[in-house]
Design a protein around this ligand. Structure first.
Ligand code: C5J
Length: 220
């Protein structure tokens, strides 16, 4: 059996039952004028990981393994947006407001799109999710079950919000989770560090953490 070098110990790869999940690499989180910026964040931290996320995606594609993309977004009528979420954080632009890249975090709007460099190719699954976790109110669980997936590699943004929430959801559902360290980022470096520590603590209580190179080598 192939083992991928990881922390807190090697990840036991099941090559025919693993998929990559790329969380929310959307313009709204990565570009000036989007939702992330409207909350006062430095979005340049997010664009810096694009090359590492791209390498990881290409590694999965070359290995013939599934790539799943998620997008945090809501219906145009906001029926899946609780007021508590819309009003949270006092952003200069609320979800659903008209901004420089269209309506903020609304399905189909320009700002909601996945960054061009990381765009899904034909056949890849794209999950539109109204929550922070990708299992909540989406078909992700059914899709993984139908395909016999048992292990998930995670990348994307932000480490401590949508990535960590989805890893915790996946862990509770029985998936073995491996976070690709350089392919995830936070607006707050200390939150990325803390999230990684929490995930791998206590004998991988939420999951493993590995490097993009080691993951690509393991699946190749
Ligand atoms: C946030 C996300 N941070 N994708 N979304 O609101 O992590």
């Amino acid at each position: 059996m192939v083992e991928i070098k990881a922390e807190p110990f090697s990840f036991p790869l099941k090559r025919d039952a693993i998929a990559l999940v790329v969380i929310d690499m959307q313009r709204d989180f990565a570009e000036p004028g989007g939702f992330g910026a409207s909350l006062g964040n430095d979005v340049s931290r997010i664009t810096k990981i694009i090359p590492d996320v791209k390498r990881l995606i290409e590694g999965f594609r070359s290995a013939g393994l599934p790539v799943i993309h998620t997008m945090e977004c809501h219906r145009p009528d906001l029926s899946d947006l609780p007021p508590a979420k819309r009003n949270r954080g006092n952003p200069t632009l609320k979800i659903g407001d008209e901004g420089p890249m269209g309506r903020v975090l609304i399905a189909g709007e320009p700002g909601t799109q996945i960054l061009a460099e990381l765009a899904p190719v034909d056949g890849e699954i794209v999950i539109e999710k109204p929550g922070k976790g990708a299992f909540y109110a989406t078909p992700l669980g059914d899709i993984l079950r139908e395909r016999g997936i048992e292990q998930l590699v995670f990348s994307g943004v932000t480490t401590e919000v949508c990535v960590q929430t989805t890893m915790r959801e996946a862990n509770d559902r029985g998936y073995e989770c491996l976070l690709a360290e350089e392919a995830t980022e936070s607006y707050f470096p200390e939150f990325k560090t803390a999230a990684i520590s929490m995930i791998k603590a206590q004998g991988a209580i939420v999951g493993w953490v590995g490097s993009v190179d080691d993951i690509i080598e393991g699946i190749a």
